[in-house]
Write a protein that binds this ligand. Structure first.
Ligand SMILES: CC(=O)SCCNC(=O)CCNC(=O)[C@H](O)C(C)(C)COP(=O)(O)OP(=O)(O)OC[C@H]1O[C@@H](n2cnc3c(N)ncnc32)[C@H](O)[C@@H]1OP(=O)(O)O
Ligand SMILES: O=C([O-])CC(=O)C(=O)O
Length: 372
């Protein structure tokens, strides 16, 4: 095969890795996570079950789940020095940039930084799962000159995260839906951010570096940044008619509509989006206001008929987070927080069975001879 034939833009369909973590089975319509379908898991299990599944290779029993919960609570606090870093960042810093800086700065506090053993990497993963929600909430607050918020150990993992983001305790429905969103965002095979993390880890670089790179990747609007972009689009329109008009204008101008399309699902609906759509219905019913649902459904119809495209998870996560009262610029950091477990599992797997990523190029530049 010639080098031209080997080149596939965007590595579309290229197998980049062997993994025992997850796989998008588009034939059977399953998101396989350690052997289980994520959608089925999301109907009966919580985020901490997924954490145990991804880091310990099996679903936890009741005692094991309590143990995970306790372990995470013990590491909720983050070093004061990290708060100091946030205090020195400009007011306009986006929460994803605050998060990236926060995760990066944690490396300096790890006294076993050069230890890549499975045991230490797993400890690090649990610590990151504890720290990241704190970093998300408090980088946002401190950069905006607000007082830091303290984690509440008496709350569940998801309820505490929700509390730190919004300053209020979630109702049972809000907690259930927020936890569901964390389950759905937790792991998804080889998106750009996971690939980034694995590429970084393949140099034997550490978990913090790999996750720092992954934050940068996930921030982009073609990836995690789409959820906040969807909400700005919905808010800007404010009504079904205006939203429809805006979508038609964007399509006419050949703009991409955030929250639609997916490299792997392509012309099918992301099954996670359907779960979030159902959650949106529940929230709308409880509020007695289904404007956002109507707008989203109108958008779905237009995108299907005009482009044959369907929503991805970000499309329905955005209005759900809005109805939960979460500030828009925190939507992508929440996605990352949830994905922390999947990313850690991938970095650990890469460290355990490593070969350096180092592909080749198809050179299209010029060649010159140096003048004598
Ligand atoms: C949870 C997640 O991170 S899911 C991803 C979230 N990102 C988004 O929602 C951003 C919007 N969507 C997109 O940009 C894309 O669908 C991606 C990035 C998700 C996938 O991209 P790719 O697989 O590279 O597909 P690509 O961008 O080449 O699109 C293929 C065709 O569909 C069109 N298309 C794809 N997505 C969209 C969209 N959202 N709006 C309009 N047109 C689109 C492209 O313009 C292209 O059309 P063309 O062949 O006429 O040029
Ligand atoms: O799989 C992808 O390319 C993007 C995505 O949906 C995710 O990361 O959840």
């Amino acid at each position: 095969m010639s080098i031209e034939e080997k080149y596939i833009p965007g590595l579309d369909g290229v197998i980049a890795s062997e993994t025992k973590i997850s796989f998008l089975d588009t034939v059977q319509g399953e998101i396989v996570i350690k052997g289980y379908d994520l959608i089925k898991l999301s109907q009966t299990r919580e985020y901490l079950d997924i954490v145990h599944l991804l880091l310990e290779d099996r679903l936890p029993n009741v005692e094991e789940k309590v143990a995970v919960n306790n372990k995470l609570k013990q590491a909720y606090q983050i070093p004061n020095g990290v708060f100091e870093v946030f205090r020195n960042l400009p007011h306009e810093t986006h929460p994803m940039d605050g998060l990236r800086t926060g995760i990066s700065s944690l490396a300096g506090y790890d006294d076993k930084l050069e230890d890549r053993s499975l045991k230490v990497n797993k400890e690090r993963a649990y610590n990151l799962l504890s720290s990241v929600p704190n970093i998300v909430a408090n980088s946002y607050r401190i950069i905006r000159k607000m007082e830091p918020v303290q984690p509440k150990e008496e709350l569940s993992y998801s309820a505490n995260f929700f509390y730190m983001l919004t300053g209020k305790y979630p109702s049972p429905l809000e907690e259930k839906i927020f936890d569901l969103s964390l389950v759905l965002y937790s792991e998804h095979e080889m998106p750009n951010s996971t690939f980034t993390a694995r590429v970084i880890a393949s140099t034997q670089s550490d978990l913090y570096g790999a996750l720092t790179g992954a934050v940068a990747s996930l921030k982009g609007s073609l990836h995690g940044g789409a959820n906040e972009a969807v909400m700005y689009m919905l808010n800007k329109a404010g009504s079904v008619a205006a939203f429809e008009e805006n979508l038609y204008k964007k399509l006419y101008n050949k703009e991409k509509i955030m929250g639609f399309g997916h490299r792997v699902y392509m012309k099918k609906m992301d099954p996670r989006a359907l779960m979030m759509k159902n959650a949106l219905k529940d929230l709308c019913e409880k509020e007695g206001n289904d404007l956002l649902l109507q707008m989203c459904e109108a958008g779905e119809k237009i995108m299907e008929s005009e482009k044959g495209l369907f929503p991805n998870l970000d499309y329905y996560a955005a209005p759900v987070y809005w109805m939960l009262g979460i500030p828009i610029s925190l939507y992508t950091p929440i996605f990352f927080s949830s994905r922390t477990v999947g990313l850690c599992a991938h970095v650990i797997e890469q460290h355990e069975n490593n070969r350096l990523f180092r592909p080749r190029v198809l050179y299209t530049g010029e060649r010159h001879s140096l003048p004598n």
